[in-house]
Design a protein around this ligand. Structure first.
Ligand SMILES: [Zn+2]
Ligand SMILES: [Zn+2]
Length: 244
């Protein structure tokens, strides 16, 4: 928005009586309008922002309700305890993050939560890749959906998880078991998400995608319930079986 701006409107050098880098006045008005629209659409921001400010200024308060919801944290925290200013406790994992400013803290309960979910799923995936004594539990957590592989050795045994990208796992599977292995990863990711976000349990979904090398265009390809390797040439438009 430097210079004249794409709309060619007047340039201003101050906004709300404060000096600013030169910006297009029209763009600033539009941004202000968007802000007002956002505030009137998502009224819940106010109590949430107040809560975040209190975490930053005074430290998050650990409540009885939190410890009832996540009983495994009871040996680490006591109800009524206040963390240090700028510290928050991540939901479910109880991971403490400190030195936070407003935006880090506000994102923590979303992005930090997703990072914990992905990392927890990664931990389970890794165990199933290496531990030959492990049998797949019917329910990974109490609100999981039953596993297709319950009671048997994990189809992930012998696979390797080689990449962890924010909320995505990149794994290598022996070709013969790739379909079941990738489906097992999906089950683990879905069930971990269900456990961390029970209110949104039924929205949790993680589609398996197979490819010979990493390609952001790849999508899930199914032939009668069996996951196929995606290639640029093989998709629902080109393949009768995929379209079926
Ligand atoms: Zn403009
Ligand atoms: Zn096909």
């Amino acid at each position: 928005m430097g210079g004249e701006g794409p709309c060619g409107a007047r340039k201003v050098y101050e906004w709300n009586e404060k000096p600013i880098p030169p910006a297009c006045e029209e763009c600033l008005f539009r941004a202000q309008e968007l802000g007002q629209h956002w505030r009137s659409t998502f009224g819940e921001y106010r109590p949430y922002f107040n809560f975040i400010s209190s975490c930053v200024d005074e430290g998050q308060l650990i409540t009885r309700e939190m410890l009832d919801r996540w009983p495994h944290l009871q040996s680490w925290f006591t109800a009524g305890q206040r963390l240090a200013p700028g510290e928050i406790m991540q939901h479910v994992s109880g991971r403490i993050r400190g030195g936070l400013t407003f935006c880090d803290a506000a994102n923590g309960f979303f992005q930090g939560l997703l990072a914990d979910i992905a990392k927890h799923a990664h931990w389970q995936v890794t165990k199933e890749c290496y531990d030959f004594t492990l049998r797949v539990p019917q329910m990974l957590f109490e609100n999981s959906l039953p596993s297709e592989y319950a009671g048997v050795q994990s189809p992930l045994l012998g696979s390797r998880s080689v990449g962890f990208f924010h909320d995505e796992l990149l794994n290598e599977h022996p070709i013969a078991v790739a379909s079941d292995a990738s489906k097992r990863v999906s089950e683990i990711m879905r069930d971990t998400m269900r456990w961390y976000c029970p209110d949104y349990a039924d929205a949790a979904e993680a589609e398996p995608t197979l490819m010979r090398c990493w390609d952001k265009r790849a999508t899930k390809i199914l032939h009668k319930g069996v996951v196929q390797v995606w290639t640029p040439e093989h998709n629902a438009k080109t393949c009768k079986e995929c379209g079926a």
